[in-house]
Design a protein around this ligand. Structure first.
Ligand code: UD1
Ligand code: CA
Length: 489
């Protein structure tokens, strides 16, 4: 074959069919844009195709093509987009794909945008089998417990004779359990000839790609099939129930890989880790944990229970429990939670602590600093070793603009204080509890901003006579008087 090096895994092209209407999803979103493990179905199909490093990678779009094309532009700018004008069937979809590959020779791999568990390794094996047997067509098949809905493989002896679709099958053919995964390697010339011969004389009135198999056989070409033992990889997504099943299976596979790499997953059934997440050895994931986006967790950290991290970075030996965090950096040996809410722009230094009912946003918290209880910390910089008392509010918004406040190194903000931004509290300063701070505080100063305390004797007896409080006051005063008498004797 021209330009084809036998030691090279490159195929001439991969064509991913993604133009179907996906009616059974009952969705305003195109089927291939539905997500599992944080990635669209079509992005997962592209990931496995990329393992082949094909010279050309084509995605065939049709139904809601603007949305699908826009998504491809974002997640896979290296793919070529081909348009199938009308959904006339999988044979027509591949024709549309080949239209952007004029004069193609060599091997063309065809896959579907709705078979998300298929791995790149399986595709590499399929291409190797195709080459070893010198086939013109090699199909990926699987023997499944319930073949309903799939095309069945009709064999003559060991050889594949044809594929019959569910809607066109006889009762005897419906009992066949070897199914067509919809994943193929074709010799380009065999494919082009086969596609030219297709006719829509079937139950669905479509041009079936699967009919290329019988055509190749009739033309005397070699057709082979590789049976994939791991049949779950071949399962498609046609409705929401299958979307959930494939999603759960992909999650189980992702968790199995991380466990093999030294991550403890206490309860795989309630732990969700998306495809883009990175975990180090000796990370522990407790029940109810969901790690999403580009989250990374370093060695020895413990996450959960009941924690969701989206695009977060967690340092070594950190502990994050019952927390919701997005676009936050959590330093090494830092503890977060329970019941903390870290919003985008949060950066916690090492050995810091953010505790219960604390919300942070665009907050840089220094090494060893503590924000332990009931605090809103937005647009803030807190120096190393500082302590933010319970109930402190960084009032960052005046109704028009947001401003930043700072608290210096080893400073102490007393409980229930309001820091009205922008204010700057220097290193080594104190704010007295209950203060409303509207001006800067210098190094070594104590800022107090609250009413002087005044006690009014006899107020309860006068204004709340007859209440249980008044009774207690009377008793306490009597006891006090008695003990004073005793002391003076
Ligand atoms: C197809 C196969 C079937 C196989 C199954 C595996 C055919 C005729 N049947 O059936 O043998 O067991 O896949 O999952 O090929 N598409 C287009 N344009 C179209 C029609 C479909 O791009 O006009 C795309 C769809 O978006 C989808 C893929 O092709 O990604 C498969 O189409 P689908 O309608 O799901 O085919 P199945 O009925 O599942
Ligand atoms: Ca399908």
């Amino acid at each position: 074959m021209a330009g084809q090096d036998v030691n090279d895994n490159r195929v001439a092209a991969v064509v991913i069919m993604a133009a179907g209407a996906g009616t059974r999803m009952r969705s305003a979103i195109p089927k291939v844009l539905h997500r599992i493990a944080g990635k669209s179905l079509v992005a997962l199909a592209i990931d496995s195709a990329d393992a082949l490093a094909p010279d050309r990678l084509v995605v065939v779009v049709g139904h809601q093509r603007e949305q699908v094309s826009a998504h491809l532009g974002e997640v896979a700018p290296h793919v070529m987009i081909a348009v199938q004008e009308r959904p006339l069937g999988t044979g027509d979809a591949v024709r549309s794909g080949l239209a952007v590959l004029p004069g193609i020779t060599g091997e063309v791999v065809v896959t579907s945008g709705d078979v998300p568990l298929l791995t790149g390794e399986t595709l590499l094996d399929l291409v190797a089998a195709h080459r070893d047997a010198a086939n013109a067509v090699t199909l990926l098949t699987a023997v499944v417990p319930d073949p309903t809905g799939y095309g069945r493989i009709v064999r003559e002896g060991d050889e594949v004779a044809r594929i019959v679709e569910q809607a066109d099958a006889t009762d005897a053919e419906l009992d066949l359990t070897e199914i067509n995964a919809g994943i193929y390697v074709f010799d380009a010339a065999t494919l082009t000839e086969g596609l030219a011969s297709l006719q829509a004389g079937n139950a669905k009135g479509e041009l079936y790609l699967t009919d290329v198999v019988a055509h190749a056989r009739a033309a005397g070409r070699r057709v082979g099939a590789r049976i994939l033992a791991d049949h779950l990889q071949t399962e498609g997504v046609n409705d929401r129930a299958q979307l959930a099943e494939r999603g759960a299976e992909l999650n189980r596979r992702i968790l199995a890989r991380w466990m093999a790499d030294g991550v403890t997953v206490v309860d795989p059934a309630t732990t969700w880790v998306e495809a883009g997440v990175d975990l180090a050895e000796d990370v522990t994931l407790k029940p109810g944990t969901s790690l999403e986006g580009a989250t990374s967790v370093s060695r020895g950290a413990t996450i959960g229970p009941d924690t969701t991290l989206i695009d977060c970075e967690v340092g070594e030996n950190a502990r994050v429990l019952r927390t919701h965090a997005e676009l936050a950096v959590i330093g090494p040996d830092t503890t977060v939670g329970p019941f903390s809410y870290l919003r985008p722009g949060t950066e916690l230094g090492s050995r810091a602590h953010v505790g219960a009912f604390v919300e942070t946003k665009k907050a840089i918290i220094g090494e060893g600093a503590k924000v332990p209880h009931l605090t809103y910390c937005g647009d803030a910089e807190v120096g190393a070793g500082a302590n933010i008392g319970a109930g402190t509010i960084f009032a960052n918004y005046d109704g028009v603009t947001k401003s930043t406040s700072t608290v210096g190194v080893n400073s102490f903000v007393g409980s229930d204080s309001v820091l009205v931004a922008p204010v700057h509290i220097a290193d080594g300063a104190y704010v007295a509890a209950g203060s409303t701070i509207t001006g800067d505080v210098g190094p070594g100063e104590l800022a107090v901003s609250r009413g002087q305390q005044r006690n009014i004797p006899g107020w309860v007896a006068r204004k709340r006579a007859g209440t249980k409080t008044a009774a207690s006051a009377e008793a306490a005063l009597a006891a006090k008087e008695a003990s004073q008498k005793e002391d003076s004797q």
